[in-house]
Design a protein around this ligand. Structure first.
Ligand code: PGA
Length: 327
């Protein structure tokens, strides 16, 4: 005989928060309720399902197999509901709803700048933007947590739709006073003698650079690996090594006079930014609107990319023209 499970939407929201955050306390803080409410609602939901949803091992809680199934079901239900909300908004002729976008760290140099005018154009759309490392973007993509994902290296092991929309060139940066700064057409093999400051394993920048160097039989000597572009640039500026970074990471940069972009043969490494989402996902109206906007407006960012970072050029030029003596 078929049994009916009685639950409330609120219980599912609470369950989802506990499952995501692996903690009653953090779920309570996120949902602005007290912890006993969380425990009571999880208990009611477990009773309704007829199975435990979490198990506690030591101080940590883990989803049980039934809990994992319910968590996946919740993601589908929330997704379906938000599509329904957006469709009804669309029928009313208003584009409203929340756009959930997760982007890799390097995309933070241009996505927020595109979001500003997008939000002004569509005042009914709220944006929830997650800026996380590539591994976390892939985790979110696998769990279908957001509407769209922006990354430079889409994963090969997940069925996805991927659409290139903007160039993502990689360049070599060095401290402004580096002996190769200002030199023209530097032989790629010279990089084999340098110490590299690399991004974390799994980063798109790191994957693309290593692939490029390996295709030229160069094994970079990695002196240090750091989890974000800012730390990489400061470390390079401090004279600890050279690095390969996206040209986007050099836009709006207050420390260009301490960095030089090296003119190495084979660089910039040409690649693209992609909008990615799970294969077969039906995009909400809001997600489609943003996707189309990105494709149209990427050209404004593209134009900026074609201009080398100003002060980096100056640093290189200064090295080329020796100062008059006696100053
Ligand atoms: P990253 O990605 O921030 O993970 O390095 C950027 C890219 O793929 O270019």
């Amino acid at each position: 005989m078929k049994t009916t499970v009685h639950f409330t939407w609120n219980q599912l929201r609470i369950f989802d928060a506990v499952a995501r955050l692996s903690s009653h306390t953090r779920a309570a803080a996120e949902l602005h309720v007290v912890q006993p409410t969380i425990s009571a609602q999880i208990k009611l939901l477990s009773t309704a399902v007829g199975m435990s949803l979490f198990e506690q091992i030591g101080k940590k809680i883990y989803l049980t197999p039934a809990g994992r199934e319910l968590h996946a079901t919740c993601a589908e239900m929330f997704d379906c509901w938000s599509r329904f909300e957006m469709k009804t908004a669309d029928i009313k002729g208003v584009k409203t709803g929340t756009l959930h976008v997760a982007i890799v760290t390097t995309a933070k140099y241009f996505i927020p700048r595109l979001l500003g005018p997008f939000c002004r154009l569509h005042p009914g759309i709220d944006v929830a933007l997650e800026v996380v490392n590539r591994d976390q973007v892939i985790e979110r993509l696998a769990a279908n947590r957001d509407d769209l994902y922006i990354m430079g290296v889409p994963p090969d092991n997940l069925p996805t739709e991927r659409h290139p929309f903007l160039e993502n060139p990689l360049v070599v940066i060095a401290p402004g006073e580096h002996p190769l700064a200002g030199k023209r057409r530097i032989d790629l093999n010279k990089l084999a003698h340098e110490q590299f400051i690399a991004r974390e394993p799994g980063s798109g920048t790191r994957i693309a650079s290593e692939k490029f160097l390996a295709s030229h039989r160069i094994k970079p000597r990695i002196r240090m690996q750091l989890g974000n572009n800012e730390a990489v640039k400061w470390t390079v500026a401090a004279g600890l090594g050279i690095a390969i970074v996206s040209r986007h990471a050099l836009m709006m940069e207050p420390m260009h006079d301490r960095l030089a972009v090296l003119d190495v043969k084979g660089f910039p490494i040409r690649r693209s930014w992609y909008v990615v989402y799970p294969a077969g996902k039906k995009l909400s109206v809001v997600a489609k609107t943003f996707f189309e906007y990105l494709q149209q407006e990427a050209s404004t960012i593209q134009e900026e990319l074609s201009v080398p970072p100003l002060r980096a050029r100056r640093a290189a030029a200064t090295r080329r023209s020796p100062r008059p003596s006696g100053r």
